[in-house]
Design a protein around this ligand. Structure first.
Ligand code: NAD
Length: 420
């Protein structure tokens, strides 16, 4: 597996550091600050699973609810070998501010299982998912905490969770998870929503900076759900995607990659490797390519103090959660790179998850155009809300987004009287 040569930073330390910067800038009082900074609940579960060879394997899983002052906890479930409780706490914390930035009535949650889904059969994955869902059952529910897909979890995984929850209740409960298959109450447009949101905020940033999308060079690290959809939409808008990577390989063509064909190649072979007409480059080279738009769409800590100075992009659009460390933030800011922070940039996923939950609860479904145009409105409005703070307070975009998210959560806590 390829990775940039950096010392991994604890994502939860990053989340706390960014919270403190926002709380300081807002002048938030100590009591309220302490109340909304830390997770409300952390559940750690032991997941025994009978593997195909007849043996029992044990996996560790987590569900964290960070804050529910604005509504039920909302956040994806990650299956990855590097999942730790600190990573899940960080991701849950970011979900709280993210839901507040796009102003949807959810709090922040996240889940994860430390496993390598790529080495497991479908049957093993199903048994692990159902056992994990049973273990976190006391926490989840349409009014309490609503999981969704994240890295290496799919609509099929959501379907198993919905089924496990429903079997325990004795009736179908569609609103317990989002990102479900359409035939099970999923929303049209949900699968593409994160990448589509990345596209809308990137277009807004380019408009603000006077960069034409047509002909802009785009580099995408992580060609999964979020990255490939963003690449596809930018390509359709006449940008030129010159490089892309996955966990195995990075590829480059200075005249542009054929994105529809690359998506088919990845679907067919499971990797970008061997794509005709592209040369292989290292992950370090990918980050240092001259381009207008760089989209980190894989995992945390992709851009650190070790490689931030090599970046030659005008816009960095954080499709992934936490891809840029605070040290790298400062370097990019000094270099004049315009950052679209994760809690704004990738909020399209949770926004359409909210639409899915609304449709499930009302048993009334919208067409795809309706979903996409509502999403566009939310993403563009949120971009301009954050930009206004950035310009008025003369802060960077990350701090502006965190200030908006934290202030909305603080206000909700005050009004509810959670904080006397
Ligand atoms: P995914 O599983 O569909 O894709 C992840 C991709 O990243 C894969 O192609 C994988 O090969 C690649 N990858 C992994 N390690 C890599 C590395 N070191 N270098 C390059 N590529 C690497 O996951 P996704 O849903 O697209 O999520 C990607 C990021 O977007 C995550 O940070 C996730 O939290 C965030 N995100 C996803 C959603 C969503 O709705 N899916 C919503 C918000 C944020």
């Amino acid at each position: 597996m390829l990775a940039t040569a950096t010392i991994p930073k604890n994502a939860y330390d990053v989340a706390l550091e960014n919270f403190d910067l926002a709380a300081d800038a807002l002048g938030l009082e100590d009591g309220l600050r302490a109340m909304i900074k830390y997770p409300e609940r952390i559940l750690s579960v032991n997941i025994p699973v009978r593997m195909d060879n007849g043996k029992i394997a044990r996996f560790e899983g987590f569900r964290v609810q960070h804050n529910t002052s604005r509504g039920p906890a909302k956040g994806g479930i990650r299956y990855h070998p590097n999942v730790t409780v600190d990573e899940v706490k960080a991701l849950a914390t970011w979900m709280t501010w993210k839901c507040a930035v796009v102003n949807i009535p959810f709090g922040g949650g996240k889940g994860g299982v430390t496993c390598n889904p790529k080495s497991m059969s479908l049957g093993e994955l199903e048994r692990m998912t159902r056992r994990y869902a049973s273990s976190i059952l006391p926490l989840i529910g349409p009014e309490k905490d609503i999981p969704a897909p994240d890295v290496y979890t799919t609509p099929q995984v959501m379907a198993w969770i919905m089924d496990t929850y429903s079997m325990n209740k004795g009736y179908p409960v569609h609103g317990v998870v989002t990102g479900k298959p359409i035939s099970l109450g999923g929303s049209l447009g949900r699968n593409e929503a994160t990448g589509r949101g990345v596209f809308y905020t990137t277009v807004s940033a380019c408009e603000h900076l006077g960069i034409p999308i047509k002909g802009s060079r785009v580099v995408v690290q992580g060609f999964g759900n979020a990255g490939s959809v963003a690449a596809h939409l930018l390509d359709s808008a006449s940008a030129v995607v010159i490089a892309a990577s996955d966990s195995q390989v990075a590829i480059y063509n200075r005249h542009g990659l054929d994105i529809p064909k690359l998506i088919m190649h990845k679907e067919r072979t499971g990797s970008l490797r061997g794509f005709p007409g592209a040369e292989t480059i290292t992950p370090e080279e990918l980050f240092s390519l001259e381009c207008e738009i760089l989209i980190p769409a894989a995992l945390e800590n992709a851009i650190t103090e070790e490689n931030a100075h090599t970046i030659h992009a005008r816009v960095v659009a954080e499709a992934a959660n936490g891809p840029v460390t605070p040290e790298a933030d400062r370097i990019l800011h000094t270099k004049g790179v315009f950052l679209i922070p994760d809690i704004l940039c990738n909020a399209g996923g949770v926004t359409v998850s909210y639409f899915e939950w609304v449709q499930d609860e009302n048993h009334l479904f919208w067409d795809e155009q309706d979903v996409n145009s509502r999403l566009e409105k939310v993403m563009k409005r949120s971009f301009h809300d954050v930009l206004k703070i950035q310009l008025d307070k003369k802060v960077d975009m990350r701090l502006a987004a965190n200030m908006l998210g934290v202030s909305r959560v603080a206000e909700a806590s005050r009004i509810r009287g959670l904080y006397p």
